[in-house]
Design a binder for this molecule. Structure first.
Ligand SMILES: [Zn+2]
Ligand SMILES: [Zn+2]
Length: 173
């Protein structure tokens, strides 16, 4: 997903360029895991001049498959976020850009996918559930409690596991 900003670089009268790009990408790697994309990756926004450098403002959106944190079923999960980043042609003082993303650009060909990859870390959903009231999997026998019930007495929601309770259970054995 390369964007050529030659025109912005060469044309003094041009202050920004718009783009709206979509690319079919099979998977993205995040935290060492490959995730399958189930939609094209879309990136739309603009790049404007900021002195001798550039400001990138774009919306990223795609859908990917991940497991429900309770029952492990695959869930199609949307990701939507904004990138606000400076693209630097010049040397800069990192301390001045603490609150904003900064990327070095060596040419007028901007590899947008690299920028998406480096911004994913702040924007991927942390905990995905197939539904807010997913009952999860029974710790004891492993059945999916959304589909069947089991006789294990104290199967509890993952969120409700109390370590003190588990300890007590251990003592009663
Ligand atoms: Zn679930
Ligand atoms: Zn069970």
């Amino acid at each position: 997903m390369e964007l050529n900003i030659d025109s912005l670089y060469n044309n003094k009268d041009l202050s920004y360029i718009d783009f709206d790009l979509s690319e079919n990408i099979e998977k993205i790697n995040f935290s060492g895991i490959d995730y399958i994309l189930v939609s094209p990756l879309r990136l739309n926004g603009k790049i404007s001049k900021a002195g001798r450098n550039y400001l990138l403002q774009a919306d990223v959106s795609f859908r990917f498959l991940t497991e429900c944190g309770r029952c492990l079923k695959d869930v199609e999960t949307p990701v939507d976020y904004k990138i606000d980043a400076y693209l630097m042609r010049e040397e800069y003082d990192e301390d001045e850009y603490e609150d904003i993303d900064v990327f070095d650009v060596a040419s007028t060909k901007i590899e947008l996918l690299d920028i998406v990859n480096s911004t994913l870390i702040y924007n991927m959903p942390q905990k995905v559930l197939c539904s807010e009231d997913c009952k999860g999997i029974c710790y004891e026998c492993g059945v999916d409690l959304n589909n069947e019930s089991c006789k294990c007495s104290d199967s509890a929601d993952y969120d409700d596991i109390d370590p003190r309770f588990a300890k007590l259970k251990e003592l009663l054995k």
